[in-house]
Ligand binder design. Structure first.
Ligand SMILES: [Zn+2]
Ligand SMILES: [Zn+2]
Length: 392
């Protein structure tokens, strides 16, 4: 969807206005100028607003770049016209499809993350929230189902049909966000920062800070490269899962694929705090994610069950299919037998079992959320905004 409200928020991803403070208020002098000006302690200049260019496009009056509006596809492409930094594997269509995203409410650890986001951001009906790295739009749909107005931005244009129909969607680079200053009071980024190198993490934080309102908040779920004593339990479960994977009892490949382009630039929580401070943000609240219940239930038991079911459905009755012809339309069911086939949406029964197990998984945060470890949920606020206790 491309709403009028979204069009008003868009700006050129790479062009900054001339106005700014003494340090950043001047016309761009070169490619490195962007980082200097956008990173100014004052918050940097605003991005240049885009003008309508016919029915199906927007144009930047400064650099003359044209950004197409795909009204049928339900998104606008405001990605920088030349590449910024390293390109993530998530932009690869096939890779994306193989992740098998289905239109269903998040359950298990995805739901734990979604509900931590909802809680730490205090997400309420009517709130406007930006999903940084929205992927297919699953979390943005969840935010929208909670009554918020969600906007998704992702570098890859592979959105769930319901997301394209009901949410504002933008193709863009998180390191060059195509939004004007102060466009959103709330934003979140889940499972994204670990895919970026350190300059990339800094840029995303900086851009997020700029598009947030002065009292806005950013929720982050990612991990630092450290671990608690509890993590040795998780590693033992992972080793077991790998062994079961080799024995064909578990599908270990999907998880390995999901993590295959992790860069893991955040060394420690102090390192993350320093990166935040550099972007004008501070960690106002943080909970750690020690995955004890998740490791046993989601990473081990459920994957064993899933693998068993897959093995059963791949048994003699399933038709053999050759790889060349398999992406031809018309036989989606035959795909289920295949390891990397798109998953079917869960049944109502499966969903309620998964929701019950989700409550068990939430114990990981309730019981162990105070024990310092790598994965964490954080609420970030602007350095200048009032402390949590002073907010009404
Ligand atoms: Zn400035
Ligand atoms: Zn421009």
């Amino acid at each position: 969807m491309i709403s009028d409200a979204l069009l008003r928020k868009l700006g050129c991803p790479t062009c900054l206005e001339a106005a700014g403070c003494e340090r950043c208020g001047r016309a761009a002098a070169g490619p490195d100028d962007y980082a200097l000006r956008a990173g100014c302690a004052c918050g940097g200049p605003d991005k240049v607003a885009l003008h309508a260019d016919g029915e199906d496009g927007l144009r930047c009056p400064a650099c003359a770049a044209r950004y197409p509006l795909d009204r049928t596809g339900g998104h606008v492409d405001v990605s920088p016209r030349s590449a910024v930094g390293a390109v993530t594997q998530y932009a690869d269509h096939e890779f994306h499809e193989r992740l098998g995203v289905v239109d269903a409410p998040p359950v298990l650890s995805a739901r734990v993350k979604a509900d931590m986001m909802r809680g730490l951001l205090d997400l309420k009906p009517g709130d406007s929230v930006l999903d940084l790295g929205s992927g297919a739009g699953k979390f943005a749909l969840y935010a929208s189902d909670c009554g918020a107005t969600a906007t998704g931005v992702d570098i890859a244009p592979f959105f769930l049909p319901r997301a394209a129909a009901t949410l504002d969607l933008v193709i863009g680079d998180l390191r060059r966000l195509p939004f004007r200053k102060g466009s959103f009071p709330k934003a979140y980024t889940l499972d994204v920062l670990e895919h970026l190198d350190e300059p990339g993490v800094c840029e995303v934080l900086l851009e997020a800070r700029r598009v947030l309102t002065p009292r806005g908040a950013l929720f982050v779920y990612t991990h630092a490269m450290e671990s608690s004593k509890l993590a040795s339990f998780q590693r033992a479960v992972n080793r077991l899962a790998k062994r079961l994977g080799r024995a064909g009892l578990i599908d270990h490949e999907r998880e390995a694929m999901r993590k295959s382009d992790h860069v893991n630039a955040i060394a420690s929580h102090e390192h993350f705090e320093a990166l935040c401070a550099g972007a004008g943000l501070r960690v106002a609240d943080r909970r750690y994610y020690n995955v004890v219940f998740k490791a046993v239930i989601e990473d081990l038991l459920l994957r064993m069950i899933e693998q068993r079911r897959r093995a059963r459905s791949a048994a003699p009755s399933a038709p053999a299919h050759d790889h060349a012809g398999e992406s031809a339309a018309g036989a989606p069911d035959a795909h289920d037998a295949h390891d990397h086939a798109p998953r079917k949406p869960p049944s109502r029964f499966e969903l309620s079992v998964a929701m019950a197990l989700t409550w068990l998984l939430k114990l990981d945060v309730v019981l162990f959320g105070g024990i310092r470890t790598g994965p964490f949920f954080a609420r970030l606020e602007g350095l200048g905004s009032p402390a949590a206790g002073e907010r009404k």
